[in-house]
Design a protein around this ligand. Structure first.
Ligand SMILES: [Zn+2]
Length: 237
């Protein structure tokens, strides 16, 4: 486990337990934020390996390809243990250090209810790190920083029917999100059934479901523990 060497200033930091979770849960919104000129980075907490058809080398290459498709400003990996991710003080310290150095206004984190223990741990690490990030008189690098909000994306290993706080219209970004997911060939394409609907088709069905809920083609849902504030009603659809 290591603090990545160079961490630039960001507007939005996406925390992902494994490389591919950010793409699955928030890929469209990431593209949209980047299109609006905001600086977006992803920090993967683990390598995501082992998996049945991946290797650390293959997964790293796929992650690089997906990051390029999204057009991320930065991506780092904390090298915490895959499958055994725990909300330890060390993982909290590492992620809080990333937050202090990147000083993001918003954090996107995995939803708090999940069947995957790594995802549950990632949520706890993120919430604790957000608090620690603002501590003064600390050994952590960077200046104290408190991200304004955490919004939670859905990349969930449970058959949930979530009630999101808001849904982002990603109709114009869907093709890029799908391409970024598809970059993870070892996870979603190779050795998977090719009969329709494929796994990729199922992701599209999900996006269409959330789009329908807001009268658009494709959508991406987010939850929030804190109330969502609006400057005006202008942005509502
Ligand atoms: Zn995951």
């Amino acid at each position: 486990m290591n603090l990545p060497a160079e961490i630039p200033s960001l507007d939005v930091l996406v925390v992902a337990p494994h490389p591919d979770d950010a793409e699955l849960g928030a890929g469209g919104t990431i593209c949209k934020l980047l299109e609006s000129g905001l600086r977006v980075g992803v920090v993967d907490l683990t390598s995501g390996e082992p998996t049945p058809h991946g290797t650390p080398e293959i997964r790293a290459k796929e992650t690089e390809a997906a990051s390029e498709i999204l057009g991320l400003n930065w991506r780092g990996n904390l090298g915490l243990p895959n499958r055994e991710l725990e909300p330890t003080l060390e993982s909290r310290r590492l992620l809080a250090s990333v937050m202090r150095l990147a000083s993001p206004r918003w954090i996107l984190a995995p939803y708090w209810e999940d069947g995957h223990p790594d995802h549950l741990a990632a949520t706890l690490i993120t919430e604790a790190a957000r608090f620690w990030s603002k501590l003064t008189k600390s050994e952590m690098p960077g200046d104290p920083w408190h991200p304004e909000r955490i919004y939670y994306y859905f990349c969930v290993h449970l058959k949930l029917t979530p009630s999101p706080a808001f849904i982002v219209d990603i109709s114009a970004q869907w093709a890029r999100k799908r391409a970024a997911i598809e970059a993870y060939q070892s996870q979603f394409v190779l050795n998977r059934p090719t009969d329709s609907p494929t796994l990729l088709d199922r992701f599209e069905i999900d996006a269409a479901y959330w789009g329908k809920a807001i009268g658009r083609q494709y959508g991406e849902p987010f939850a929030s523990r804190e109330p969502v504030g609006l400057e005006s009603l202008q942005g509502l659809i």
